[in-house]
Design a protein around this ligand. Structure first.
Ligand code: COA
Length: 259
């Protein structure tokens, strides 16, 4: 599939999706969000892919937010549709059965911070800065920033950053648990690949089960404890489970097939 606002490449089983509107600091208009969703879906359907990286083009920004020029004249009804449609894409990234890492190479503001938070892990460059500055525009976050920021850093700090619109420097984001690692910008993709490669040695269906269970913990209409019981049972009917346990007993490395 060809895209207008993102670049995609697959290398050694890892699909890298690069938001590519550097002159607009990679701001997310409607089309860009839909393209990211389509690319993640493609990654999930492509058997040669085991993990994904989302990053931004250029050195300045991961994504500097939703595209303000696109929605500045929207009515409430149009804004609700924008939020609902974008939210569906963001949820689909969070629910991706294959691991998705946000490689945050600069500003991750508004929708950019929300996009990073939908990914399963976040690796930030030392120059990255996070934030939800919507209140500066008379707005609140529209892609679940009020929910996922609380999940990741807790209610007290989330309320502070959501209400002050202050930017969160990379090291502070790391201290708060918003990002997993902070690395020099030149090492961002290598570190993301290193972690994905480690996850890639594990049983793919078990990884998909972990993602589902952890998401379930936060879903208002699901019970994470029950999801885990169900997903745990499901593992026992997979070939990978038989291979993993057999390999352990035979003192050899498991060869998982994702079956
Ligand atoms: N939507 C649309 N355009 C955006 C954008 C956004 N969220 N963020 C940046 N841009 C555009 C700017 O309008 C500018 O375009 P222009 O060159 O055509 O004028 C270009 O990207 C560069 O941004 P600029 O503001 O000149 O860079 P800067 O280094 O001075 O400031 C930021 C960087 C990130 C601090 C600043 O761009 C900013 O505050 N952006 C908006 C962040 C935001 O509120 N996001 C939440 C949106 S809901």
């Amino acid at each position: 599939m060809s895209y207008e606002n993102i670049l995609t490449s697959i290398e050694e089983g890892i699909l890298t999706i690069t938001v590519n509107r550097p002159d607009k600091l990679n701001a997310l208009n409607y089309k860009t969000i839909q393209e990211i969703g389509a690319a993640v879906s493609e990654g999930n359907h492509d058997k040669s892919v085991f993990g994904m990286i989302i990053t931004g083009a250029g050195e300045k920004a991961f994504v500097a937010g939703a595209d303000i020029s696109e929605f500045s004249n929207y009515s409430s009804i149009e804004a609700e549709k924008l939020s609902r449609d974008g939210g569906e894409v963001f949820n689909s990234i969070e629910q991706s059965a294959k691991p998705v890492i946000a490689a945050v190479n600069g500003f991750a503001l508004g929708g950019g911070c929300e996009l990073a938070m939908t990914c399963h892990l976040r690796i930030a460059s030392e120059s990255a800065r996070f934030g939800q500055p919507e209140v500066n525009l008379g707005l609140i976050p529209g892609y679940a920033g009020t929910q996922r920021l609380v999940q990741l850093i807790g209610k007290g700090k989330a309320l502070e950053y959501l209400m002050t619109a202050d930017m969160i420097p990379a090291l502070e984001a790391h201290r708060l648990g918003l990002v997993n690692y902070v690395v020099p910008v030149g090492e961002l993709i290598a570190k993301s690949k290193e972690i994905l490669n480690k996850i890639g040695t594990k049983a793919p269906l078990a990884i998909a089960g972990i993602i589902k269970c952890v998401n379930s913990h936060f879903a208002y209409d699901e019970d994470g404890f029950n999801t885990e019981i169900y997903e745990f049972g499901k593992c026992f009917s997979t070939a990978d489970f038989k291979e993993g346990t057999q390999a352990f007993l035979e003192k050899r490395k498991a060869a998982f097939k994702g079956e």
